[in-house]
Design a protein around this ligand. Structure first.
Ligand SMILES: CC(C)(COP(=O)(O)OP(=O)(O)OC[C@H]1O[C@@H](n2cnc3c(N)ncnc32)[C@H](O)[C@@H]1OP(=O)(O)O)[C@@H](O)C(=O)NCCC(=O)NCCS
Length: 192
């Protein structure tokens, strides 16, 4: 997204290579629609199985914008400000203080360059330090090696496995549940 007077891309969380900023209405555009409808991008996601329209994307955006239990950020290249994907802390339970993490780097040129790890680290820091979330979980297909490595590197561990539940390319694969608790985060990254 280009900076405009009406729509400045204000950073919210700042990393070395990326910034996380609020996802704004202008981001709900053809580029994002192409990511969601790109089989390579969504191959390991439940999103994208059925075709998505701009209206559906807008509805999704409006639901999240008005939600008290989901926070979504645009992941942007720090240098160019280019919007390359999104990361979400979803399903926040304010009593038990858990939430789940979802990430999609839609711009394939940015895969495998450490952007996913940095985005996850920024989101964990935000969730544990600022929101006082106690536990973050996520689900991943067992054959998504790049994602599993990403999550392990930022501190997630495998906590569960549902066998043979996801049908991908002719095979039923396991659903891997990964998690990290606030105290484990502090052990890895140091006290707040
Ligand atoms: C999954 C995703 C978030 C990972 O982000 P990324 O920026 O591509 O990943 P990173 O570069 O930060 O880290 C990937 C790590 O996995 C490693 N890796 C890459 N391919 C691998 C493979 N096939 N097997 C094992 N490890 C692999 C990389 O070497 C790197 O580890 P390193 O830092 O030790 O070198 C991103 O690729 C993405 O959004 N993909 C599309 C949507 C998606 O699948 N979302 C997740 C659904 S669970």
């Amino acid at each position: 997204m280009k900076d405009t007077k009406e729509n400045p891309s204000v950073p919210f969380l700042i990393g070395k290579k990326i910034i996380l900023r609020p996802l704004v209405e202008k981001d709900i555009n053809k580029k994002y629609l192409c990511w969601i409808n790109d089989r390579e991008v969504t191959k390991y996601m439940e999103t994208g199985v059925f075709p998505t329209t701009l209206k559906e994307l807008n509805d999704y955006y409006n639901r999240i914008k008005n939600s008290k239990t989901d926070v979504i950020f645009a992941i942007c290249d720090k240098k160019t400000k280019k919007h390359i994907g999104n990361i979400k802390l979803g399903g926040i339970n304010w009593i038990h203080r858990f939430a789940n993490l979802g990430i999609m780097i839609g711009d394939k040129n940015y895969w495998g360059r450490g952007y996913g790890q940095e985005a996850c680290k920024l989101l964990l820091e935000y969730a544990f330090k600022r929101l006082n979330i106690n536990k973050i979980t996520l689900g991943v297909y067992s054959n998504h090696k790049r994602a599993i490595k990403t999550y392990k590197k930022v501190g997630f561990v495998i906590e569960g496995r549902i066998k043979g539940i996801f049908y991908i390319d002719g095979k039923f694969l396991d659903h891997i549940i990964m998690g990290i608790a606030q105290k484990e985060y502090i052990k890895k990254y140091g006290n707040f």
